[in-house]
Design a protein around this ligand. Structure first.
Ligand SMILES: *Cc1c(COP(=O)(O)O)cnc(C)c1O
Length: 858
């Protein structure tokens, strides 16, 4: 006999430990359990089933009529139908993880640059064809429906996109893993180009209801700020302990984004926090007649998660940013700790159940917060707590550049988080005592590894705190991981030994960056490799090598590239008004605009090419130069003057070159506005050549280099970041490398500072052309030229310019040999297996997280 259904109303399932869930199973009414088990079977599995779901959602969820159904409604009805499927799998996955009581990985990232969700869900659930047929029968085109979805652009660039690829791979690899982030109301600004200048417009991506998020309005976690600390006596132990009396409280509300894996029914969770005021308004103030002020306070609470900070690889110490960080970290840890407490395990097993990865130093406060929870709130001894903390965290470093390293002024930190500041000092004291014991009287060492920078004003170095609080520190490409050990963290290698430091080279998900972005190429590959299995075993691409000498295969390969270039040409026409010829060489540089990424080197090279073209007699031009389209794209941080100047220069050069009747198709220069994930999905497949030309030693890894090569493009690049390993995999003959090496950068910079700069004649000619006003008012570009000529040329543009031009010359020669170029393209793709983010996740799981995959058996 089953129990009456009321039984389960008394205690919700969330109150049970994993073992209790199994034993309580019997207490749940049989009827209820049967319905639950059958529930998954109600999912649609054919075209008819999908169509009825679609119509149901139009009529009921959207409260519209099929007689009044536009593409927006069709997008929402389609998404809701798919979402229903995901939720069933999501529930089963979460139930399984809880019941099996497995260790979970929590990936803390302040950015998740997800892009669009619908196409990705259709692909991962392997129902794209079904959905395309169904919406067609209902009178829609899937392509149009997909275009309605706004990008979830909750990130700046590579770091945020990496987090997005990683959660896709966590789900695909059946790893029990959650992402934690912030649900910004405004993602990265949308970029307009007005008169050649960047203009920023707000990205209000939640304008229409978002079918991909599940609001968990019942999950509301209070987060404190400000206030003061007191010492209180524990009535039980009689010991004195610290207590934080917060001054301002704000609620964190959870929004869950289900993340489907590919070729599995595993669906993981991405939990994003949104801030809400704790009270509707301040009654005291209301009664005093200060209604305005009580409302203002409410608005302040909501402002915490209002907007993503738009800086990439650059630190800016704004209080609201620190508030965002603590808000997110406190809510996430509260959630993680609550889940652990339910297992009723002793605290020393916390690191056996929980791994937390810090994506850059942004979530480093989690180290301090966990120590506070364990000591102040749970009453653990300091050392016991600290050992748990260290075994729990791993830290991923993303840069060696000083201007990007996070530091917080001690005063600002202590005002916002007074108890945390005390804990930071205690952590640092214990650490420095350990160092002093091991290296007596080494003051230099102590001051360099200290969490506190003894400057005026004093700063907290977040990277030092992250290293001290973690058991593993990793860089994101071989070269970068070597460099952090030799430069910024060399003193920590001295203290801890080098085993604490490791490498996990970045990767990208082939589901989005091949199957979704380039369906034509993905299908051709599938036809040769016996289906789409290679999408979750990317090393299988190696099998393509055997077809390199098949002329029919090469022709198909080339035709797909041309089709993708035609699509890119259409995007260029619609966004810039410039018509380009798809038979030209498409030379692309799209990424955040930054001096270290050296878009200025690229545009100086373009100007040189233009000058050379003009100086060549007309009859000789077509034999000397391959027709080329130089394609730029990327956002500049709104306060980054030099980056914005580079954008203006690109557009100014474009308007001169593109309207020069002598030049025609031989050279076009375009800047595609508002580069984002969905544009990248069109741009990457349409490139012949892409530029990854950072000053050696500055780009930690790069991931768009991987996206371009996976889509059959070749690279011109410096010996930097993951370019090194791409070269190792695809072979030196299939990449155009140039420039000085990382090991020489320091000496070259020194030469510049000593006034021993040499600007090659080619670059002088380029500068003269700019200064003469050939590309508009030279004044506005002056600072760009002066940076190279008079201010030490920090990014070594003058040192690498000639080498860059030579590499470009080689590109022209090779591009003329059409068949050889296609061979290079095929061989490159065949050797890109290493760069799947699935491989990254396996490495993290094995070497850092110590977690195992767990497959749901449906
Ligand atoms: C992949 C990606 C990036 C990272 O590009 P890098 O060239 O590696 O800096 C930035 N933005 C978007 C939209 C991307 O898809």
């Amino acid at each position: 006999m089953s129990e009456p259904i009321q039984r389960i109303h008394k205690r919700t399932l969330t109150g049970f430990s994993p073992t209790e869930i199994l034993s309580i199973d019997a207490a749940i009414p049989l009827k209820c359990r049967e319905i639950w088990k059958r529930y998954g079977a109600n999912e649609f599995s054919d075209v008819d089933g999908f169509e009825s779901q679609f119509v149901k959602h139009v009529e009921t969820t959207l409260a519209r009529s099929i007689y009044n159904c536009d593409n927006l409604a069709a997008y929402q009805a389609t998404s809701n139908s798919i979402r229903d499927k995901l939720i069933v799998h999501w529930n089963k996955t979460q139930h399984l993880h809880t019941a099996k009581d497995v260790k979970r990985i929590y990936y803390l990232s302040l950015e998740f640059l997800m892009g669009r969700a619908l196409d990705n869900a259709l692909i991962n659930l392997e129902i794209r064809d079904l959905a395309a047929t169904a919406v067609d029968e209902l009178g829609f085109r899937l392509e149009d429906i997909l275009e309605v979805e706004p990008d979830a652009a909750l990130g700046n660039g590579g770091l945020g996109r990496l987090a997005a690829c990683f959660i896709d791979s966590l789900s695909t690899g059946n790893y029990p893993g959650w992402g934690y982030g912030l649900r910004y109301q405004y993602g990265i600004f949308s970029q307009k180009i007005v008169d050649g200048y960047q203009a920023e417009a707000p990205d209000y991506w939640l304008r229409f209801s978002n079918p991909w998020e599940l609001p968990r309005l019942e999950i509301q976690i209070p987060v404190d700020f400000y206030g003061y600390t007191t010492t209180v006596k524990d009535p039980q132990t009689g010991k004195s302990k610290k207590q934080w009396n917060g001054g301002e409280q704000i609620l964190a509300v959870a929004y869950d984004f289900p993340i489907p894996g590919y070729g599995t029914s595993n669906v993981n969770n991405l939990r994003m926090w949104s801030s809400k005021p704790t009270t509707e308004f301040d009654f005291q103030k209301f009664n005093e007649g200060d209604y305005q002020d009580s409302l203002a306070q409410q608005q302040r609470a909501e402002s915490i998660t209002a907007v993503l900070y738009p800086n990439d690889n650059f630190y800016k110490g704004k209080e609201l940013r620190l508030k965002q960080q603590y808000f997110w970290v406190a809510a996430s840890l509260h959630d993680i700790v609550r889940r652990f407490i339910k297992t009723k395990r002793p605290w020393d097993q916390f690191p056996d159940q929980v791994a937390i990865q810090l994506n850059d130093t942004h979530p480093t406060l989690a180290v301090v917060e966990l120590q506070r929870i364990l000591t102040d709130l749970q009453g653990l001894e300091w050392d016991v707590a600290w050992s748990i903390v260290q075994r729990t965290f791993g830290y991923t470093n993303h840069t060696v550049m000083a201007e990007a390293l996070e530091k917080w002024p001690v005063d600002l930190f202590g005002t916002l988080l007074p108890r945390h500041l005390e804990i930071v000092y205690d952590i640092n004291l214990a650490f420095l005592q350990m160092v002093e014991k091991k290296f007596p009287n080494d003051r230099g060492l102590l001051s360099s590894v200290s969490v506190i920078e003894e400057s005026q004003p004093k700063n907290i170095r977040m990277a030092n705190l992250a290293i001290i609080g973690s058991h593993r520190v990793n860089g994101v490409a071989e070269l970068h991981s070597q460099l952090i050990k030799q430069t910024i963290f060399s003193d920590f290698v001295k203290v801890y030994g080098s085993d604490k430091f490791t490498n996990v080279t970045n990767g990208i998900t082939p589901r989005r960056w091949l199957r979704q972005a380039n369906p034509g190429l993905a299908a051709l590959i599938a036809s040769k490799l016996g289906g789409y299995g290679y999408l979750n075993d990317l090393n299988k691409l190696k099998g393509l090598e055997q077809f390199v000498e098949d002329p029919g295969f090469r022709a198909e390969w080339a035709a797909i590239k041309t089709a993708n270039k035609t699509k890119l040409a259409a995007l260029i026409a619609s966004t810039t008004g410039v018509t380009v010829n798809p038979n030209s060489l498409f030379d692309v540089q799209v990424k955040r605009i930054h001096e270290y990424k050296r878009q200025q080197l690229n545009i100086f090279g373009v100007i040189w090419r233009y000058l050379q073209l003009k100086a060549t007699p007309k009859a000789e031009r077509t034999t000397k130069f391959v027709p080329k389209v130089s394609i730029f794209g990327g956002k500049a941080a709104p306060g980054y003057y030099t980056a914005k100047t580079i954008i203006k220069l690109v557009n100014s050069v474009g308007s001169v070159v593109n309207s020069d009747p002598e030049i025609g198709d031989l050279l076009k220069v375009v800047f595609i506005p508002d580069y984002n994930v969905s544009k990248a999905e069109v741009i990457c497949p349409g490139s012949d050549l892409s530029e990854h030309i950072s000053t050696a030693g500055t780009e930690a890894s790069g991931t768009s280099n991987m996206k371009f090569v996976l889509n059959g493009g070749l690279i011109i690049g410096t010996v930097d970041g993951a370019n090194v390993e791409i070269t190792r995999e695809v072979g030196e003959d299939n990449i155009f490398l140039f420039g000085n090496l990382a090991e020489d950068v320091e000496d070259l910079r020194h030469e510049h500072h000593m006034g021993r700069s040499h600007i090659p004649d080619s670059l002088v000619q380029v500068f003269d052309a700019i200064s003469s006003g050939q590309f508009g008012t030279p004044d506005e570009f002056q600072s760009l030229l002066d940076g190279v000529r008079f201010h030490g040329d920090h990014y070594l543009v003058s040192d690498d310019f000639e080498s860059y031009l030579e590499a470009q010359k080689l590109v022209d020669e090779e591009f003329r040999k059409k068949e050889d170029w296609v061979r290079k393209s095929i061989i490159s793709v065949a050797n890109m297996g290493f760069f799947s983010s699935d491989r990254c996740i396996e490495e993290y799981a094995e070497n850092i997280w110590n977690i195992e995959p767990l497959e749901e058996k449906v």
